[in-house]
Design a protein around this ligand. Structure first.
Ligand SMILES: Cc1cc2nc3c(=O)[nH]c(=O)nc-3n(C[C@H](O)[C@H](O)[C@H](O)COP(=O)(O)OP(=O)(O)OC[C@H]3O[C@@H](n4cnc5c(N)ncnc54)[C@H](O)[C@@H]3O)c2cc1C
Length: 478
């Protein structure tokens, strides 16, 4: 499957201005590599341009862990079944907005075929009973995470003779009469023009571009962490939209989760996520509660709190719990801040101590006694305070008291280009750009315009990467 159908050409070490490449791939993350390998398997010559240096190649895909795939029978990596209708219903519940049902159907159908192709290309998955992560019926977990996957894909790409240029940013495509004629790129600051029969855009969305985020979020965007690559600056996306590509998705919304306030500005990844909110209280920078911490105790609590913290004063909040919460949630990579008293914890957060002490006292009065009436903790709720805590309302009274500072961590933005079922970029007149294809985050809003389903981002990149690669090769004559 991954054996090349034609003799290998040597990896390209530098841009050849006289050469016309069959398929030029902009972006070397999951979507770009899947497109590159698929195009090469079809026989085309392929060059991948990756803006990052080799050590940071692979964009947000490096941080991913799982894939959501339809399956009608248990397999080595997935137990039970996850049928088309269930996948469809899960997606229908979250996707919102102006999504394309035809594209979503393609995604679900083709998702059933990705794992054998991926393993042929070097991907490895955890077996359900042996992994460190909870086995899931709906998603397969990568062994070694996204970084291992990307390393395997890059090895396969090299073996197939796909050229890869690191440190090379695509600046603009010149589209005329629905055909991309040439592409301007910058290699280590040196601008050049490249010609190709076809282009696959797989450069992600714009979530790392703080200036762009500020158009919708104002100065608040300065306080966001970007969970993934710094290279998602949206330059290619903006260039396509400027030239009349049809957009899809709401640029003013982002997927975000609550992350540890000590996380780096970029690339903190999955380990900075904080999930302790249901097991204590959350206060703003003034030391006051502002939302029902029991409202969502499931996996989507992470994104709920990302949005809430993004709208809080200073885009910061503090999660406070006590010794009873220990072991109930996966901790962030940073140790919790601990103190023997609430006042001391407040001082360590730089929150007004009197206010936080009063907030905890009021909360404890409204919370039932510990495990009142033998009720499960999840059934305990407060009485007589606003906002209420509708589940897990246990008093915060057992030292050591612990806390995490919280910030919004942006995963991706929802703005993208519209595509058809062959992954061709559609222009505002409804016609496709004949030789421009898109895959991954840059077109994900065709499937999911708001909300999120775990594992769907990587599946979108793999399914539409393969389609884009095959279609680009076909257009180039293979
Ligand atoms: C912390 C975290 C955890 C995640 N976990 C999961 C998960 O478990 N499962 C899941 O399905 N999804 C997950 N996601 C989402 C998933 O990572 C994305 O959906 C997926 O990586 C998108 O792939 P992509 O190839 O489109 O983008 P990317 O992987 O970001 O790749 C884009 C590439 O393009 C390059 N680039 C950008 N601009 C240019 C340019 N102008 N010229 C050349 N190159 C350029 C970048 O350097 C980058 O390498 C996670 C995201 C994050 C941040």
């Amino acid at each position: 499957m991954c054996n090349p159908p034609m003799p290998l050409s040597p990896p390209l070490a530098a841009l050849d201005p006289l050469r016309i490449y069959d398929v030029l791939i902009l972006g070397g993350g999951n979507a770009g590599l899947c497109a590159a390998i698929a195009a090469r398997q079809a026989g085309a010559s392929v060059l991948v341009l990756e803006q990052a240096p080799r050590s940071l190649r692979g964009g947000n895909s490096r941080h991913a862990r799982n894939f959501r795939v339809m399956h009608d029978a248990p397999s080595e990596y997935l137990h039970a079944v996850y049928r088309r209708n269930e996948y469809w219903n899960d997606l229908a519940q979250v996707r919102g907005g102006n999504v394309d049902e035809g594209i979503a159907r393609v995604l679900i159908t083709e998702s059933a075929r990705v794992i054998p192709w991926m393993t042929d290309c070097g991907a490895r998955f955890e077996r359900p009973q042996s992994g460190v992560l909870t086995a899931s019926r709906k998603t397969a977990f990568l062994l070694g995470g996204g970084k291992a996957l990307l390393n395997a894909y890059y090895r396969t790409a090299q073996r197939l003779g796909i050229g890869i240029l690191y440190g090379t940013e695509a600046l603009s495509l010149r589209i005329k009469d629905h055909v991309a004629r040439e592409i301007t790129v910058s290699t280590h600051g040196h601008a050049q023009t490249v010609r190709a029969k076809t282009v696959v855009v797989a450069s992600g969305s714009f979530q790392a571009n703080v200036g762009w985020l500020k158009r919708y979020w104002g100065e608040a965007a300065d306080h966001f962490s970007i969970r993934g690559t710094v290279y998602a600056n949206g330059r290619v996306l903006a260039n396509l939209l400027d030239q009349g590509a049809a957009s899809i998705g709401n640029p003013a919304t982002c997927h975000m989760v609550a992350v540890d306030g000590r996380a780096p500005k970029y690339d903190g990844g999955i380990v900075t996520r904080v999930g302790c909110m249901p097991f204590g209280i959350v206060v703003d920078r003034n030391g006051r509660r502002f939302y029902d911490e029991g409202a969502n105790i499931g996996p989507s609590r992470y994104s709920l709190w990302g949005q809430l913290v993004a709208r809080s004063p200073g885009q910061v909040a503090y999660a406070v719990s006590d010794a009873k919460a220990a072991g109930l949630f996966r901790p962030s990579i940073y140790p919790p801040i601990q103190a023997r008293t609430i006042a001391e914890l407040a001082r360590r957060f730089a929150v007004d101590a009197d206010t936080l002490v009063e907030t905890v006292r009021t909360f404890n009065q409204a919370a039932g006694p510990v495990l009142a009436g033998g009720a499960a903790p999840s059934a305990c709720r407060t009485e007589g305070i606003t906002p209420p805590k509708t589940r897990w309302a246990l008093r915060i009274d057992t030292p050591p008291f612990t806390g995490y500072p919280l910030r919004p961590g942006v995963t991706f933005s929802y703005l993208g280009v519209k595509v058809d079922e062959r992954a061709r970029v559609l222009m505002t007149d409804g016609r496709p750009a004949a030789n421009v294809f898109a895959s991954g985050s840059i077109m994900a809003a065709n499937v999911i315009g708001q909300g999120y389903l775990a594992g769907i981002g990587m599946t979108i990149g793999t399914v539409f990467g393969r389609i884009a690669g095959r279609e680009a090769a076909r257009y180039a004559g293979y």
